[in-house]
Design a protein around this ligand. Structure first.
Ligand code: IMP
Length: 433
C-alpha cells in the first residue's frame, strides 16, 4: 500500500512549531504543499544550530529532492517571494528546480499593505493586530472578484493592463485624495510575471498525478484553526481557511486524498495580535514562558501573549480538523516549573462552557477552569525517547491527551530537528513506516 498524504495543521493560534514538524516529516514525502496564507506566516526551522525562517516557501525546501508547492489558496507578494528565494539560494538551498506555483494563486499588490495598515488604524481599539503584510486586502480582492492571479501576469499584457487600471482606480476611490498611477504597478507585475514564469503550473494536476503514481504529499498548514476565517475567533482571525478544509480548495485536491491529519499544539498556549486568549497569564509566569520559549513573532518580532494549555481549544481543533494525533511542541519550556495547569472549561455567570463558542463576548469575563498537576525538575530538554521523560511530565501528557481527546504521537523537546520523540505504535509512526 502506498504511503498516505498527511496534513500538518495548527491546533491553537499559530506559532505552534509546524515548521519543525514539517521539516522532520519531509524526508518521508515527495512533495510539500502550502494551501493558504501568505508571508504573514513565519516557520522557523533549526538545522544543526542554523536558523531558517520560511514565510511563503514550504518548510520542505530544506530537504533536497522534495518538490515544494505553493497552491492557489496562497496569496503571493512578489517581493517577499523573491527575497526568500534569494536568501535560500545564498545559503546553498536549491529552490529553482524544486518550486511549483499555482497559476490560480492571487497576487498581493503593492498597495494591499497600505490598505491593511489603514484598515487597522480605522478600527482603532478594535484592531485585529494583523501582520501588516496586506494579506486581508488581497483576499478581499479575491473574494470581490477583482483580484489579479499569477496566470494574468504571464498571459495577455493588454488584459493585465486593463485589470490593473481598474484595480488602481478602485483603490484611489477608497483612499482619500489618493492619485496612485497604474503604470508603475503594471510594470512591477510584468517584471514579476517574467521571473515567476518557469515555476508556474497547474498544481492540482501535478498533485493528482503524483498521488496516483504513489508519491506521498505533505500538506503544510500556516497560521492555525483558531485563526481560520470561518472557525477561528472571528473577527480576530486571518483571512484564509487554515483548517483542514482549506487543503481541498487551496490546492485543488479531493478530500479523499487526505490520508491523515496531524495537529500541532504547544504544551502551553500563545497568541500574537488581538482577540481572546482565555488562559492568558500576566506577570513573572507569562515572562518565564515568553523567555523560555522565545515567544516573539518570527515574521514581526512582536512578543507573543502566553498562557496555560487550553484543552477546550485543542478539543475544538480536533473536531474541526478530524485530528488523528497531536504533535506536542515545546514541552521542555515547562521544565522546572513547580506545577503545570490544563484548562478544561470556562466559567461564566451563566454556567461553565466546555465547547469553544462562536460568540466571543462571554470569553471576555470567563474564568478558566484549571486542573493543576505537579511539575518536574528533571529536564525533558533533548529527550528522544518517551521513557526518558520524568514521570510527572508523562502524567501531564496523559492528562492533556485525555482532556483534549487526541493522543500525542510526536513530542518536541527542543528546537533542533533531533530533539523529538516519535512515539512507537502511534499513528504517526505508522504513516512513516
Ligand atoms: P493577518 O494574517 O496579517 O491579516 O493577521 C490576522 C491575525 O492573524 C493577527 O492576529 C495576526 O497576528 C495573526 N497571524 C497571522 N499570521 C500568523 C502566524 O503565522 N502566526 C501567528 N499569528 C498569525
Amino acid at each position: 500500500m502506498s504511503k498516505p498524504n498527511i496534513a500538518v495543521i495548527g491546533a491553537q493560534w499559530g506559532d505552534e512549531g509546524k515548521g519543525k514538524i514539517v521539516d522532520m516529516l519531509t524526508p518521508h514525502f515527495s512533495a510539500v504543499a502550502r494551501y493558504q496564507g501568505g508571508h504573514n506566516a513565519g516557520h522557523t526551522v533549526y538545522v544543526q544550530g542554523r536558523k531558517f525562517v520560511l514565510h511563503l516557501i514550504p518548510s520542505g525546501i530544506l530537504h533536497p529532492d522534495v518538490t515544494c508547492i505553493i497552491g492557489n489558496g496562497v496569496v503571493i507578494d512578489p517581493q517577499a517571494l523573491f527575497r526568500e528565494i534569494d536568501e535560500l539560494a545564498a545559503v546553498g538551498v536549491d529552490v529553482d528546480s524544486r518550486l511549483l506555483i499555482s497559476e490560480k494563486a492571487h497576487v498581493i499588490l503593492p498597495y494591499h499593505r497600505e490598505l491593511d495598515v489603514l484598515s487597522e488604524a480605522r478600527r482603532g481599539e478594535r484592531k485585529i493586530g494583523t501582520t501588516s503584510r496586506g494579506i486581508g486586502p488581497a483576499y478581499e480582492d479575491k473574494i470581490g472578484r477583482r483580484g489579479i492571479r499569477i496566470c494574468d501576469l504571464i498571459g495577455d499584457p493588454a488584459a493585465l493592463q486593463q485589470e490593473v487600471r481598474e484595480n488602481v482606480s478602485a483603490r484611489n476611490r477608497i483612499i482619500k485624495d489618493s492619485t496612485l498611477d497604474w503604470k508603475p504597478v503594471f510594470d512591477h507585475l510584468v517584471a514579476f510575471g517574467e521571473r515567476i514564469r518557469p515555476w508556474v503550473t497547474d498544481v492540482s494536476l501535478f498533485l493528482a498525478r503524483a498521488i496516483q503514481a504513489g508519491n506521498a504529499v505533505l500538506f503544510e498548514g500556516a497560521q492555525a484553526t483558531l485563526l481560520d476565517i470561518d472557525h477561528g475567533t472571528y473577527p480576530f482571525v486571518t483571512s484564509s481557511n487554515a483548517s483542514v478544509g482549506g487543503i481541498c480548495t487551496g490546492l485543488g485536491v479531493a478530500p479523499k486524498a487526505i490520508g491523515g491529519v496531524l495537529g500541532v499544539a504547544k504544551a502551553y498556549t500563545t497568541r500574537v495580535g488581538e482577540g481572546p486568549l482565555p488562559t492568558e497569564l500576566a506577570g513573572p509566569l507569562a515572562e518565564r514562558l515568553r523567555e523560555g520559549g522565545q515567544e516573539y513573532g518570527a515574521s514581526t518580532g512582536r512578543p507573543r501573549r502566553c498562557g496555560w494549555y487550553d484543552a477546550v481549544v485543542v478539543r475544538y481543533s480536533a473536531r474541526i480538523n478530524g485530528l488523528d494525533a497531536l504533535a506536542l511542541t515545546k514541552l521542555d519550556v515547562l521544565d522546572g516549573l513547580p506545577e503545570v495547569r490544563v484548562c478544561t472549561g470556562y466559567r461564566t455567570p451563566s454556567g461553565t462552557i466546555t465547547e469553544f463558542p462562536a460568540d466571543l463576548r462571554p470569553l471576555a469575563t470567563a474564568e478558566p477552569v484549571y486542573e493543576t498537576l505537579p511539575g518536574w525538575s528533571t529536564p525533558t530538554k533533548g529527550a528522544t525517547r518517551f521513557e526518558q521523560l520524568p514521570a510527572e511530565a508523562r502524567r501531564y501528557l496523559q492528562r492533556l491527551e485525555e482532556v483534549s481527546g487526541v493522543a500525542c504521537a510526536i513530542i518536541s523537546t527542543g528546537s533542533d530537528r533531533a530533539e523529538t520523540i516519535l512515539r512507537e505504535g502511534s499513528c504517526a509512526a505508522g504513516w512513516l513506516a
